[in-house]
Ligand binder design. Structure first.
Ligand SMILES: [Zn+2]
Length: 143
C-alpha cells in the first residue's frame, strides 16, 4: 500500500491509499479521483509517504503512521511481513536497542533481530545511523 498526499485545483488537501503507483496513475488518468470537499477531478499528487520505510539512515525523524481504521488487507500484509521477519531473525525482546548497537558496531554476529524499543530508543538508534524497520503493531498485540 502506498499513501499519497493529494490536492485538487482548489487547494484542498486529502490523502489516498493505492495498491501501487500504477494504481494511482490509472485512477488518475481515468479521472476516478475526486476531491472529497469540492468533487473536483483535477487532482494532483503532493508527496509520497511509503507505508513501510526501507531505512531511517541519516534521518532525524522516525517515520510513523497510525491509519484509522486499518484496512483488513493491510493488517494481513503486516502480519505476513512480521511472520517473514520472525522466521529469519532472532527475538531479542527488550534488548533490541542493545543488540542492534552491538551488531552495528561489529560486537555481535551480523544477523536479523527483532524485539521492542521505546520511541526514544528508536530515535537514538536512528541518530547513530543504525538501520531498522519500525514494525506496526497489530490489533491482537495490544493489551
Ligand atoms: Zn477540492
Amino acid at each position: 500500500m502506498i499513501k499519497y498526499h493529494l490536492h485538487c485545483d482548489q487547494g484542498h488537501e486529502f490523502e489516498g491509499w493505492f495498491s501501487s503507483s500504477n494504481d494511482y496513475d490509472e485512477q488518475h488518468q481515468r479521472s476516478l479521483l475526486t476531491c472529497p470537499q469540492c468533487n473536483s477531478s483535477n487532482i494532483a499528487k503532493a508527496l509520497m509517504a511509503p507505508s513501510v520505510p526501507a531505512s531511517t539512515k541519516g534521518k532525524d525523524m522516525v517515520p510513523m503512521a497510525t491509519p484509522h481504521p486499518v484496512p483488513a488487507e493491510m493488517v494481513a500484509k503486516i502480519r505476513q511481513l512480521k511472520r517473514e521477519i520472525e522466521k529469519n531473525a532472532d527475538n531479542v525482546g527488550e534488548r533490541f536497542p542493545e543488540e542492534a548497537r552491538k551488531i552495528h558496531y561489529g560486537e555481535a554476529e551480523a544477523r536479523g533481530i527483532y524485539g521492542k524499543a521505546s520511541h526514544e530508543e528508536a530515535a537514538g538508534l536512528a541518530e547513530e545511523g543504525i538501520e531498522f524497520l519500525p514494525l506496526p503493531e497489530l490489533p491482537e498485540e495490544k493489551n
